[in-house]
Design a protein around this ligand. Structure first.
Ligand SMILES: Nc1ncnc2c1ncn2[C@@H]1O[C@H](COP(=O)(O)OP(=O)(O)OP(=O)(O)O)[C@@H](O)[C@H]1O
Ligand SMILES: [Mg+2]
Length: 367
């Protein structure tokens, strides 16, 4: 007969299991180290940001930042908590805040508890906010400076020059309209952002929207001489907000006309043989699909991921000259997100661009 005795684990092993269980229940990253500093325990969130963490290893093997290591030394010596910044650059740039606090258990040497706060997203949002304000002010400042310049000229040297007055007033009107458009676009963006969580549900026929937009763009089509072909034989009713979907369609078609016709194609109305802008509307499975294709210069791959950023333009001068604010595709992206749809861009330099918007069909609209 064999007798087996349960041998209780030593005190320290039990303490460490207990410690690991406690920090395992904390959602944020927590690492407990000795003064050396050697890792005593780390929770799952800490291992997510530092996959190389191993209990018993030196902390410096996985977290090589000298500021954090120095901070641990100071907190161990002084016994009062400290917060240090830690920036990680590999594999991607991330910023954290590490709070080091002493942890004294009776009869044991001092340990240190590191709690980590990931500030990467907060910094990204802050950077976007700063960039946004700088971009918006810059976009407004240019037409505003021009307006003020003309006001001064009209009050001074051109006071009695009737012909100059007419010319300047026309330019001033154009600049003022540009500013009004910019403010309108910014307001639309913020309104859509505010209602991002509310999915629009009304039945909207994408085919009718595409035809309507092509009609409203008739003056631009005539002026540029581009041919626009619509391939939309059937109604395609999606769940959405008509005005917002008109906005999406308008910007995609307008972009195709403005940027998607080769310089040689812009010779003027009446031109023949130029590649048309093709608009296609179809129901595919449970989605309505609107695609706009042009055969222009296309967009280089490095620009594609940034196209929907506010104020991003491939060629700022060209966009401004055409009255663009660089907010069109940012609006499109937000509208698609609100509709729980998607936008994709496919382009090869020299072979044009294909923008595709996919939206969920209306549950009752297509019966
Ligand atoms: N079909 C296209 N072919 C080539 N470049 C394009 C095409 N569509 C968009 N782009 C590029 O993407 C940029 C961003 O487009 P977006 O619609 O956001 O702004 P915009 O047209 O300049 O201004 P807005 O839409 O406010 O008039 C454009 O400035 C242009 O450089
Ligand atoms: Mg545009």
């Amino acid at each position: 007969m064999t007798l087996q005795f349960e041998v209780p684990p030593p005190e320290t092993a039990r303490d460490e299991t207990y410690l690991a269980a406690v920090i395992g229940a904390i959602p944020g990253p927590v690492i407990v180290v000795t003064a050396e500093p050697r890792i005593v325990a780390a929770n799952g969130a800490a291992r997510d940001i530092l996959p190389a963490l191993r209990d018993g290893d030196l902390l410096a093997r996985s977290l090589r930042d000298p500021d954090v290591l120095d901070g641990i030394g100071r907190v161990h010596a002084a016994g009062s908590p400290e917060t240090v910044a830690w920036r990680d650059r590999v594999p991607v740039e991330r910023s954290f805040e590490v709070t080091v606090a002493p942890f004294d258990a009776p009869g044991e040497e001092r340990r240190l508890v590191l709690t980590v706060r990931d500030l990467t997203e907060a910094h990204r949002v802050e950077r976007m906010r700063v960039d946004f304000v700088a971009n918006a002010s810059h976009e407004l400042r240019t037409p505003l400076a021009s307006l003020l310049g003309f006001v001064e000229t009209l009050q001074g040297p051109a006071r009695d020059d009737v012909r100059a007055r007419e010319r300047f007033l026309a330019i001033m009107g154009e600049q003022a309209r540009r500013m009004a458009r910019l403010v309108d676009d910014l307001l639309s963006l913020s309104r859509i952002e505010q209602h991002l969580h509310l999915k629009p549900k009304k039945p909207v026929d994408l085919t009718l929207v595409a035809r309507h937009v092509a009609d409203t763009l008739a003056p631009l089509i005539a002026e540029t001489g581009v041919t626009v072909v619509i391939d939309a034989p059937d109604p395609v009713v999606v769940a959405g907000d008509r005005d917002e979907l008109v906005r999406v369609t308008e910007n995609l078609i307008e972009n195709a006309i403005k940027y998607g016709c080769q310089p040689s194609n812009r010779a003027g109305a009446g031109r023949t043989g130029a590649s048309p802008v093709e608009i296609c509307v179809r129901a595919v499975g449970r989605d309505g699909v609107l695609s706009v294709r042009d055969h222009g210069p296309g967009i280089a791959p490095e620009h594609l991921p940034r196209l929907t950023e506010r104020f991003y333009r491939v060629d700022t001068g060209q966009s401004r000259a055409k009255g663009g604010t660089g907010l069109g595709l940012a609006l499109v992206k937000h509208i698609m997100a609100r509709h729980r749809g998607s936008l994709s861009v496919h382009s090869e330099v020299g072979r044009g661009a294909l923008f595709t918007a996919v939206l969920p069909l209306h549950p009752q609209g297509n019966r």
